[in-house]
Design a protein around this ligand. Structure first.
Ligand code: BTN
Length: 258
């Protein structure tokens, strides 16, 4: 990929492009462990990420040269740990807004931060924070977006898609990266300015299956319910039979799209 200067204030002004790396999150973590200071907004982008990490210890598989796999370094020291889900909200809204420039209908955030096109996953986010005195100190925002990859292996073909597959056309990777970085920067600055309530509203407006009857599994029980919101700590709020329950990340599974 060629070098490019982005029209952002700070995100990706320092863009480090690697031809191959195990994981851009790992690479950024290693850079941060060295003593030299690193500019906030630094982005590590890899053409080939050969051991990408996903949520819950999963792997993130991405065909070399066809997709976006990158990590953004932020320092959200204004956020207390209690409010760390707000960073997730800001990043998810930023990402979804950028993707809507390409695909105007059907792009959603699947709680907590998967990016879906209808029932197909096209992107994911892995945020890794460090903490200092009850606040966030550094944040590595790892983002994978399926862009120009058209073929997925058997186990993924029913659940994964890409922008290129949706549009039947290839997309310029650096142009998309610039849009995403710009859009996340807008949301991050809003968060820093104390606009988290507006962001939660945007997040819920873009939330997959929000307010729609859906089938869930929790604690080995299958039930129908509908998502009514997300709590301050980021728990999913589901109404079933008039009763509202909250679920943490590993405590509930969506059944409809699997
Ligand atoms: C998920 O949906 O499980 C999250 C996937 C996050 C993948 C990205 S790709 C860039 C960054 N580096 C990683 O190793 N993971 C994230």
């Amino acid at each position: 990929m060629q070098n490019k200067t982005f029209s952002t204030l700070f995100i990706a002004q320092n863009l480090i492009q690697l031809s191959a790396v195990d994981s851009t999150n790992n690479y950024l973590k290693l850079m941060l462990s060295k003593s030299e200071p690193l500019a906030e907004g630094t982005v590590i982008l890899a053409d080939d990420q050969f051991a990408g990490r996903g949520q819950q210890g999963n792997t993130w598989i991405s065909q070399a040269g066809l997709n976006l796999t990158f990590s953004i370094y932020l320092r959200p020291s204004f956020l207390s740990i209690v409010h760390q889900f707000q960073l997730n909200t800001a990043v998810s809204v930023g990402l979804v807004n950028a993707l809507k420039h390409y695909v105007s209908e059907g792009i959603k955030i699947k709680w907590p931060n998967d990016i879906y096109f209808h029932n197909y996953k096209i992107g994911g986010v892995l945020i890794e924070n460090t903490i200092s005195s009850g606040n966030l100190r550094s944040s590595i925002i790892g983002i994978g977006v399926n862009v120009n990859q058209r073929e997925f292996n058997r186990s993924l073909v029913k659940v994964a898609s890409s922008i290129g597959r949706i549009l039947h056309a290839d997309v310029d990777l650096l142009e998309l990266l610039e849009k995403i970085c710009h859009s996340i920067e807008v949301q991050y600055l809003k968060l820093r300015a104390g606009k988290s309530k507006d962001q939660l509203k945007d997040y819920l407006e873009n939330l997959y299956q929000f307010g729609k009857a859906s089938n869930f599994k929790s604690d080995n029980k299958i039930f129908e319910g509908y998502i009514v919101g997300v709590s301050e700590e980021g728990k999913l709020l589901v109404d079933h039979g008039g009763q509202q329950c909250s679920y943490g990340f590993k405590e509930i599974e969506f059944l409809d799209n699997n």
